[in-house]
Design a protein around this ligand. Structure first.
Ligand SMILES: [Ca+2]
Ligand SMILES: [Ca+2]
Length: 208
């Protein structure tokens, strides 16, 4: 949890070592209000921490047959899922960065798309909030008449040359989650790096 005006950009070591030739991807480093964690119960109010966004590695998948939000997974791709989870006992905000040992090729940040990816990404020990309510990101907006201001400023964007994400979670209730898809072996020219670089991940601009 932190003041909105503070941005911490220094990355600290503490993640797993990159093993050359490994056939999987992992969260390598984290910074700000971020921490790497093991499998957990991700249903509402079960894994709460006002101070940290928890990043967890999930399954490795070949050709998932699902698209990410704002992008498509190339055919023949070997990809890895990672879920970033923020739930808190109070209305609070967190800003954290996660760095991966493989390039990011897709982000999932809408509630319904997160639900779609739960089954292929599932790992033992993780309990998913599939279909039970809002879990994606929200932008500040007004709805209805008279207007009701939903004052949440969530965002996620790719950083570190396509190898990391910055995630701001602004929580009033429920939870904020992002699923990061990294490319273990996407084949073709440039692998996953070109895919991430070709998409404007800077602003979400739409409600989940
Ligand atoms: Ca909560
Ligand atoms: Ca939010």
């Amino acid at each position: 949890m932190q003041n909105r005006s503070i941005a911490r950009l220094l990355f600290v070591a503490g993640g797993s070592l990159l093993v050359v030739g490994t056939a999987s991807a992992t969260i390598l480093n984290w910074a700000g209000d971020a921490v790497k964690a093991g499998p957990a119960d991700l249903k509402t109010d079960q894994t709460e921490d006002a101070n940290h966004i928890r990043g967890m590695d999930e399954a490795i998948i070949f050709e998932p047959g699902l698209d990410v939000d704002r992008g498509a997974i190339p055919t023949g791709a070997l990809i890895q899922c990672h879920i970033l989870h923020y739930d808190s006992p109070i209305a609070s905000m967190a800003l954290g960065q996660f760095i991966f040992d493989h390039p990011v090729i897709g982000l999932v940040y809408k509630s319904e798309t997160l639900d779609d990816w739960d089954v292929p990404c599932a790992v033992p020990g993780m309990i998913y909030p599939t279909g039970v309510g809002p879990r994606g990101l929200e932008k500040t907006t007004s709805t209805g008449f008279p207007p009701v201001i939903v004052n949440q400023d969530d965002y996620v964007r790719v950083i570190s040359g396509g190898y990391g994400v910055e995630f701001q979670a602004d929580l009033l209730g429920f939870m904020d989650q992002v699923r990061v898809i990294t490319c273990v072996d996407c084949g073709g020219e440039g692998g996953g790096e070109l895919i991430a670089d070709s998409i404007d991940w800077g602003e979400i601009g739409e409600m989940p």
